[in-house]
Design a protein around this ligand. Structure first.
Ligand code: C5P
Length: 406
């Protein structure tokens, strides 16, 4: 099932282009949303009207179209999809892709994308076995593009050999397998909080903590890699923006809560931020002066609990809400108490007592605490913890593919 998956179909100019209409029909039957980019040569073989009718979407053809660029720029076109399928992939388009050329909409989208690419070659068998094409295909596969076909058989030109585009059923099957294995979270939305919050005392001073944001950023990256449309709400950190993630920068806990709410609805919420428990009741409008040697008294008030408020959203609650528990003693018991108090689904508990080097460090030893029990993981890098956690989240959704989408 491809429910909710967004596929961008690039149709290049080959006689096999007619088969892409059947492919669109099959993808739509399985619930996928399809947008099509048609090259100038492709439009010699299938009409934009047929593609628009079958996709029930606008068909994109022109790199320099003012209307298209204002409605949906070519960067957005490539980013707002879970998978790009090039069918038919002609020798010419494969050469452009391999060499990074961008002289029309199709090649520009393919160069600008950070999404996985599946391609179904279709061409005369001599073109297919030409060393130039062989080298281009190898280069694309080495970069992670997935090839389907071509098949051997009689060709439109009357010759016989490898070069016939794979049948729509084969392409569909490969796409479904790809989604099941590689992108169990495609079509899902995730919100991740990361980093510290900072709470102003006055315009130049603040309360904060030592959170590096490493673990939260790695989790956002890992969820995006599994196909989730991921929003990372982060306090100030030195971490680079994770690829393929939309990043919202905030400073205070109140801003973090507002940004998380604005990112709803979501299927998954992972709260990895070290939110300041308190803020100064009323931050001073001007820099507080030394008052004849008498230090000021700060009145603190409690910050909103973002994890607990996302878990309490009622019908709009993310299907899976995951919290973190940084503890210095009784790690598991305290995590269990947190699970109950905050009403989240999992708590990722870790020991951050001095000497563990976890705050700001590279490695993490965690226990996944849920109602059913505790799963303890070995010491891993934060990137490994993130990948494993995202995989565990992926398993939940793969096991229940019909769970309603946010
Ligand atoms: O209560 P404690 O801070 O130990 O709980 C940790 C978990 O709760 C983390 O997942 C953290 O991101 C989240 N939290 C939050 N908002 C707060 C405090 C903690 O989301 N104000």
């Amino acid at each position: 099932m491809l429910h909710g998956k967004r596929i961008l179909l690039v149709v290049a100019g080959g006689i096999a282009a007619y088969k892409c209409l059947d492919l669109v029909r099959r993808l739509r039957e399985r619930g996928a949303e399809v947008r099509a980019v048609l090259t100038a040569a492709g439009a010699q073989f299938v009409t934009p009207l047929s593609l628009a009718a079958l996709t029930e979407n606008k068909v994109y053809q022109d790199l320099f179209s003012l209307t298209d660029e204002s409605e949906m720029g070519h960067i957005r076109l490539s980013r707002e999809s879970d998978l790009i399928v090039v069918a038919p992939a002609t020798a010419d388009l494969l050469a452009k892709m391999a060499h990074g050329r961008a002289d029309d909409l199709a090649s520009t989208v393919l160069l600008a994308t950070d999404k996985p690419i599946v391609f179904a070659p279709a061409m005369n068998h001599r073109m297919w076995s030409n060393a130039a094409t062989v080298g281009n295909v190898r280069a694309l596969e080495a970069r992670g593009a997935i090839r389907i076909g071509p098949n051997e058989g009689p060709m439109a030109c009357g010759e016989f050999g490898p070069g016939r585009m794979a049948e729509p059923a084969e392409i569909l099957d490969a796409i479904e397998r790809w989604f099941a294995v590689r992108a169990p979270l495609a079509g899902r939305r995730a919100v991740v909080t990361s980093g510290p919050t900072i709470e102003p005392i006055d315009p130049v001073r603040f309360l904060s903590n030592r959170s590096s944001g490493r673990q939260g950023h790695a989790i956002a990256a890992a969820l995006a890699r599994l196909g989730a449309a991921t929003t990372l709400v982060t306090g100030p950190t030195h971490e680079p923006d994770p690829p393929g993630v939309s990043v919202v920068r905030i400073e205070t806990a109140a801003e973090m809560l507002a940004a998380c709410r604005a990112a709803m609805p979501a299927d998954i919420a992972v709260c990895a931020a070290a939110v300041s428990d308190w803020r100064v009741a009323e931050a001073a409008a001007n820099k507080t002066k030394k008052n004849g040697g008498k230090p000021p008294t700060l009145e603190l008030v409690e910050n909103p609990d973002i994890l607990a408020s996302l878990a309490a959203l009622g019908s709009g609650r993310p299907r899976l809400v995951v919290g973190f528990a940084a503890e210095t003693e009784n790690v598991i018991d305290n995590a269990r108490a947190k699970l109950a108090k905050k009403r989240c689904d999992w708590v990722v508990a870790n020991d951050v007592s001095p000497g563990t080097g976890i705050f700001g460090g590279e490695r993490n030893t965690v226990h996944i605490v849920e109602d059913g029990g505790v799963e303890s993981w070995p010491t891993l890098t934060k990137a490994e913890v993130a990948a494993r956690l995202a995989g565990r989240i992926g398993d939940v959704f793969a096991a229940d593919p019909f769970a309603s989408k946010a």
